[in-house]
Design a protein around this ligand. Structure first.
Ligand SMILES: [Zn+2]
Length: 201
């Protein structure tokens, strides 16, 4: 099987204590990520999809999450940027990964996709349909981590499992507002693996 890594909302507004929507303990993931997600580790994946929570002042008030949360992750702001500290990792993700920009906490309700390709020198627009067509469930398995476990990561995992993919979540690289990933799996009753990222070879 080929391996797709899906990184969910690993953005400063969620990860940093002074971020617009800090998720308790998310700051601890930065160190965890530096330990187990080096550039060499990323290169072992056949593809990477980086999800960005993305809101604008104009659109945000009409979203479901605006009833619960203050505005966050506005493109062009520091809070929207990825929170990884390793510059090689950031460079790799900005050079070779797919990026998906989502205006809702659920990635499956409309997101814009682009493929970063440094060799071509531009971001190539694509779609969710095209992305899934290029990553079929009989050839690809999915590894997932990020924030927040009980909101966006949960919705991401549900979508992949329901589409028939083998999914593995990294326990040590996921935090939720209230629940850990094991509790979430029990609640949603879907079948996926949970491991620590260090154990992935
Ligand atoms: Zn959001």
């Amino acid at each position: 099987m080929r391996k797709l890594l899906v990184i969910v909302d690993f953005q400063n507004d969620f990860v940093l204590q002074n971020g617009a929507l800090f998720v308790p303990n998310a700051n601890k993931l930065i160190e965890q990520a530096s330990k187990s997600l080096t550039k060499n580790k990323l290169k072992e994946y056949d593809d990477i999809l980086v999800q960005f929570d993305t809101h604008t002042e104009v659109d945000y008030p009409s979203t479901e999450e605006s009833k619960q949360f203050p505005i966050h992750c506005i493109p062009g702001t520091f809070g929207w940027n990825l929170a990884f500290k390793d510059l090689d990792v950031l460079d790799y993700l900005h050079s070779y990964a797919y990026h998906a920009f989502k205006p809702q906490f659920d990635i499956w309700r409309g997101a814009s996709y682009v493929k970063q390709d440094i060799m071509v020198g531009v971001s190539i627009p694509t779609t969710e349909t095209q992305f899934l067509a290029n990553h079929s469930n009989n050839e690809w398995e999915v590894h997932v981590f990020g924030i927040a476990g009980d909101v966006c990561v949960k919705e991401t995992i549900i979508g992949w499992v329901m589409r028939g993919y083998k999914v593995t979540a990294f326990r040590n690289l996921i935090v939720g507002f209230e629940k850990d990933i094991d509790t979430i799996r029990e609640e949603i009753g879907l079948d996926f693996n949970i491991v620590n990222s260090e154990t992935i070879t």
